[in-house]
Structure formats: structure tokens, C-alpha cells
Write a protein that binds this ligand. Structure first.
Ligand code: PLP
Ligand code: 3DJ
Length: 419
């Protein structure tokens, strides 16, 4: 037991937590496992297995193809639920479809077509790999220039860096609202305004923000966004992603993958493609109904909590990680690798240590699942819907114990099987 921040204080924080009861709405069958990887794959909501099995038995098993009239709009229906409970968008602006990578390709392509005569795309040099790769491909296909914005590994992209890069040739800026590595949270409204003034579109990747911070797409003046639903939204492994297109842009933007779900009057099956007049034009093909359906019970829990409460608790959990890491881990060579100000962070916190990979493995063996990210980061991602303050306390305590006893030195240091 440590005297500087005794465990009972964490217990007191849990006792006062208005979201504490929601932990029971998730499947937690190993109370010794401390799960701090909700920023990679969220936990299974307790209602999901029965919900899905009913859908499989009744919808698929009994009603068969007669279910399609119900299923066909689920991308839009769930998009509206996401818009209302997590993204701050209006009805008809968010749809669930495809993967984040594919949605990024579609919306980046649409923005580039809508900004002819400009030939530069800007991306954060430290953005998640798939975003950079998709843009590298698009730039190559279209003969455009992809410029990477230097960004601090611990603090994220600085506004001045973007401001300086926004010249009259920039067609599109792609940024993550919350950085996957350090968790830095960008100011969406300020960046949207800056880009609009410069005549560029901004396409936001909300993967690490959705379900963790209130995004407020409409109020921030955002035009385009994508993001995944398997992290803080708890939609399950490979759950389909979402995309957002501001209502005023939907009739003019066109995306490059012309599938039949994007077609106007889809079931008239005309000879030539003509995009639907609204958000449907950003769809491509048949939605994965079973994976998509898992979002319903997951969103029920989020709706009950309220995204503002989730954010408040997320900030406090992050502050506890930082406070305990400062006090207990600094002597062992750990350094905070995230913004210190909780208002400038999403839900996860990164710690830097030269032995981060082996420490992350030792931590997993000690029953605490966080993750490792190159080059030397340990990411700890508490999820306010099910992570307790005492989990954070115990996780940091075990981390300190590993460092103290140098347990990590027995772990392999190769990158195989990192996820
Ligand atoms: C910022 C960001 N974008 C995209 C992805 C993933 O995209 P996809 O679901 O297409 O693999 C992730 C995580 O995997 C991510 O962290
Ligand atoms: N989507 C993932 C996957 O298919 C395998 C392993 C990890 C992931 C992740 O989500 C990683 C996560 N986006 C990250 O921030 O690193």
C-alpha cells in the first residue's frame, strides 16, 4: 500500500462515480484482468450476445430475405444514433458503412474532386498508418503532392505548424481529432475555421475520439469525418465504421467508389450510375448486418451514460494515471508522453520508456492489458464506461512492481505478435 495516494482513495472515487453501475452492462468474466485497451478494442456489452443471437435466429434463420426491408436502412439509423449520442451531428449526416480506411478513401477522393486546381494534401506525419497510406495511394493515383506536417510525438500537431502550411494550393487536410499514439486532442473548431479561410477541406479521423470525447461536428463547422466503432463505441472486432458529411455538401460531393448502394433509386437498377441525392451516395455495397447490429446494444449503454459524463470521467481517469505515474514511475525512467493538460487529451495516456515493449509484455503477464506503440510507448486506455479508478490504481501499482523487480528483462523484445 502506498501512502502518497492510498488505494482506498481510488475506491472512494469509484464510490462517487455516477457511471460506476454501467460496468455491469459489460461482460467481465475475469475480475483479475485489468483492461486498459478500450482504445483498441472495446469490451463486449452484456446485452450483445443475446441481441445478436436473436437476430441470427429470427432475422436470418426465420425471416431470411424478407428481413432486408428492415435491415437496409440500419446504416442510416445507427448513423443517426451515433450522431445524437457521440458525434454532435444532425440526422442524415452520419452513416455506418465499410471500414475507416475505405471511408477515408471515399471522402478524401470526394474532397479532392470538389477542390480542382489545387494539388496538395496535408497530413500529420505521425497520424495512424492507414490514413497516411490511403493518402499516399490517392496522391499517386492523381498526381498530387502529399505533404506531411511535422508533429510532436508527445504533444501532437501544433496549430502554428498547420497555419504555416495552409497555402493556396492545399485542397485537403487529414487529421485525427485524438492522436493514436500520444492522445493529443485537437481543437476542431479552430482548425475547421483556419482551413475554410484557406479554401481547404478538413477530413477528420475520429477513431480515438468517438465515444470518448463529445465531438460536436455541427457546432465545430466540420465538413467531413470518418471513424471506427470498435474502440470506445464497443461495436466489436471489425465492426463497420462511420462517415459524416455535412448536410450542405451532400448534394455536390461525389465519392470515387460507385456501388449500387450509392445509386439513386437503387432497385430500379438503371444502366448507368447516378448518385443518390443525399448521404446514401457515400455508400458502396451490402452492409455487414450482423456486425452492424452489435452497435445497437453498445450505443444503448453510451446513451444512458451521456457523452459529457463519459468525458468527465475519462479526464479524471487520465489524471489519476498521470498523477500515479509521476509519483511512482519517474524513478524507473518512465516519462509522460501525452499532453499533461487533461483538456488537451482524449481518453488514453502514453508513457515513454526505452523498454516499453518488454514492459508492456510483462504488464500483460501481470494481468494488465494496455499496449505498446513504436518507438517506445506504453499506451494505457481506460474506458469510462467500464474502467474503475481502482483498476487504474492497481495497474500502476503492478507497473511499478515490474519496474522495481525488473520483470520485463525476462520478456522477448521482438516485434512479432504486437497488436
Ligand atoms: C486513427 C485510426 N484510424 C483508422 C484505424 C483503423 O482503420 P480500419 O478500421 O480501416 O483498419 C485506426 C485503428 O485501427 C486508428 O487508430
Ligand atoms: N484495428 C486493429 C486491428 O485490426 C488489429 C490490432 C489493433 C487494431 C487497432 O485498432 C489499433 C488502434 N487503432 C491503434 O490506435 O493502434
Amino acid at each position: 500500500m502506498r501512502d502518497d495516494f492510498p488505494r482506498y482513495l481510488a475506491k472512494e472515487l469509484d464510490a462517487a462515480d455516477p457511471l460506476a453501475e454501467l460496468r455491469d452492462r459489460f461482460v467481465i468474466n475475469d475480475d483479475n484482468l485489468i483492461y486498459l485497451d478500450g482504445n483498441s478494442l472495446g469490451r463486449l456489452p452484456a446485452a450483445t450476445p443475446e441481441f445478436l443471437s436473436r437476430l441470427v435466429r429470427d432475422g436470418w434463420g426465420s425471416d431470411l430475405v424478407r428481413s432486408w426491408p428492415t435491415w437496409i436502412d440500419w446504416g442510416r439509423r445507427l448513423g443517426d444514433r451515433l450522431a445524437a449520442h457521440a458525434l454532435g451531428a444532425r440526422p442524415g449526416e452520419v452513416v455506418v458503412s465499410d471500414s475507416t480506411s475505405v471511408n477515408l478513401y471515399k471522402l478524401a477522393g470526394a474532397a479532392l474532386d470538389a477542390n480542382p486546381g489545387r494539388s496538395t494534401i496535408l497530413v500529420d506525419a505521425e497520424d495512424f498508418p492507414t490514413d497516411r497510406y490511403i493518402l499516399q495511394g490517392l496522391a499517386r493515383q492523381r498526381g498530387l503532392t502529399l505533404r506531411t506536417l511535422p508533429s510532436d510525438l508527445d504533444q501532437g500537431l501544433q496549430l502554428d505548424t498547420l497555419r504555416a502550411a495552409l497555402d493556396g494550393d492545399v485542397a485537403l487536410v487529414v487529421l485525427s481529432a485524438v492522436s493514436y499514439r500520444c492522445g493529443a486532442l485537437l481543437d476542431l473548431a479552430a482548425i475547421n475555421a483556419l482551413a475554410r479561410q484557406a479554401g481547404a477541406y478538413v477530413l477528420w479521423d475520429l477513431s480515438h475520439a468517438a465515444g470518448a470525447v463529445p465531438v460536436r461536428l455541427t457546432d465545430s463547422g466540420a465538413d467531413l469525418a470518418v471513424g471506427c466503432t470498435y474502440k470506445y463505441l464497443n461495436g466489436g472486432p471489425g465492426a463497420p465504421a462511420f462517415l459524416y458529411v455535412r448536410r450542405e455538401l451532400q448534394a455536390t460531393l461525389r465519392q470515387p467508389i460507385w456501388g449500387w448502394f450509392g445509386q439513386r433509386d437503387q432497385f430500379q437498377m438503371p444502366a448507368d450510375y447516378e448518385p443518390a441525392p443525399d448521404l446514401d451516395r457515400f455508400l458502396v455495397g451490402t452492409p455487414p448486418i450482423l456486425s452492424m447490429a452489435a452497435l445497437d446494444p453498445a450505443l444503448d449503454v453510451l446513451a444512458e451514460a451521456g457523452i459529457d459524463q463519459v468525458r468527465q470521467k475519462g479526464q479524471r481517469l487520465g489524471e489519476l494515471i498521470v498523477e500515479l505515474a509521476d509519483a511512482w514511475l519517474t524513478p524507473y525512467g518512465f516519462e509522460l508522453a501525452s499532453p499533461r493538460d487533461p483538456r488537451r487529451r482524449g481518453s488514453h495516456v502514453s508513457l515513454r520508456h526505452p523498454e516499453a515493449l518488454r514492459i508492456s509484455r510483462a504488464l500483460t503477464e501481470a494481468g494488465v492489458v494496455g499496449d505498446y506503440r513504436v518507438p517506445d510507448r506504453l499506451r494505457l486506455g481506460p474506458a469510462p464506461l467500464y474502467t474503475r479508478f481502482v483498476d487504474v490504481w492497481d495497474a500502476l501499482d503492478r507497473l511499478r512492481d515490474i519496474a522495481e523487480r525488473r520483470v520485463h528483462e525476462r520478456m522477448p523484445a521482438d516485434l512479432s505478435r504486437v497488436t
